[in-house]
Design a protein around this ligand. Structure first.
Ligand SMILES: Cc1cc2nc3c(=O)[nH]c(=O)nc-3n(C[C@H](O)[C@H](O)[C@H](O)COP(=O)(O)O)c2cc1C
Length: 221
C-alpha cells in the first residue's frame, strides 16, 4: 500500500532518457498489468503499437519534418483553443518553469521551438507506445484510455522506467497511421515515450506544481 501511494505521488513526466533499450518482455509485462485497468462495461477499448530502434527513428524524422515545416496539427481529438483563465495560468506557468530550468529566455523563439521539436524525437526515449481506439467510440472510452495510460506509466515506474505521455505525438495521426498501416477507423489518442530516465539532464530536474486540496475539493462531511 505504501509502495502504491509512493508510486503515484512520485510519478512525474521525464523528458530525457539514456539510450539503454527497454526489453520487449518488460513492455509486455507493463501492458499486461495495465490491461487490468477498469473500463466502461469492461470494453477495454485500447489498441497499442510499440515501436523502437530504426523504425522509431524513421517515424520520429517524419513527425519532426511535419512539425518543422509548420504543418498545422490535425489530431483526431481537436486541440483545445481556449482554457478557463485559471487553467490557462497553470499551463503558462508550466511552460515558463520548464524554460527557466533550461535557461531559455522567453523571447528566444528558436530555443523554444527546439524544445517543442524534441517531443518528436521522443525526448531520446528508446521505446514509444502509440495508443489507438476505434473511431466509433464515444468520449466515455477516452476515460478508459486515460486510466489505461496512468496504469502504464505507474507500472513502468515499478520497473525503474520513466515516461512522458505526449499529446504532441498525436498531432499528425494520418502520418502515424500510414507509417504503421493502420486504418482511418482507428483514432490516435496519445503517444507515450518510455525509457530509463537520464537523471543528469537538467530538464528532468523540473517538478511540476499542484494546486492545494482547498482549491479543488468541497467537503460536506
Ligand atoms: C493528455 C496529456 C498530454 C500531454 N502532452 C504532452 C506533450 O505533448 N509533451 C510533453 O512534454 N508533455 C506532455 N504531457 C505531460 C504534462 O505536461 C505533465 O503531465 C504535466 O505538466 C504535469 O507534470 P508531471 O507529469 O511531471 O507531474 C501531457 C500529459 C497529458 C496527461
Amino acid at each position: 500500500m505504501v509502495e502504491l501511494l509512493k508510486g503515484i505521488e512520485t510519478r512525474r513526466s521525464f523528458r530525457a532518457f539514456i539510450s539503454t533499450p527497454v526489453p520487449k518482455e518488460i513492455i509486455g509485462r507493463i501492458l499486461k498489468v495495465a490491461s487490468r485497468s477498469p473500463s466502461y462495461k469492461n470494453t477495454q477499448p485500447w489498441e497499442v503499437v510499440v515501436v523502437s530502434g530504426k523504425k522509431k527513428e524513421e517515424l520520429g524524422r517524419i513527425l519532426c519534418e511535419l512539425a518543422k515545416s509548420d504543418v498545422t496539427p490535425n489530431p483526431d481529438f481537436p486541440l483545445p483553443e481556449t482554457w478557463p483563465t485559471e487553467l490557462e495560468r497553470r499551463a503558462k506557468e508550466h511552460g515558463a518553469k520548464r524554460f527557466k530550468i533550461l535557461g531559455i529566455k522567453r523571447e528566444d523563439k528558436q530555443k523554444r521551438k527546439e524544445l517543442s521539436l524534441s517531443n518528436f524525437e521522443f525526448y531520446g526515449a528508446p521505446c514509444v507506445l502509440f495508443l489507438f481506439m476505434d473511431s466509433t467510440l464515444s468520449s466515455w472510452s477516452i476515460l478508459d484510455m486515460g486510466l489505461f495510460i496512468q496504469s502504464i506509466i505507474l507500472a513502468a515506474r515499478s520497473f525503474g522506467l520513466g515516461s512522458c505521455p505526449q499529446a504532441s505525438l498525436a498531432h499528425y495521426p494520418d502520418a502515424v497511421r500510414k507509417f504503421f498501416g493502420i486504418p482511418k477507423t482507428k483514432q490516435l489518442v496519445l503517444g507515450i515515450s518510455i525509457g530509463y530516465p537520464d537523471l543528469e539532464a537538467r530538464i528532468n530536474a523540473y517538478r511540476s506544481e499542484r494546486i492545494s486540496l482547498d482549491d479543488f475539493v468541497q467537503w460536506y462531511i
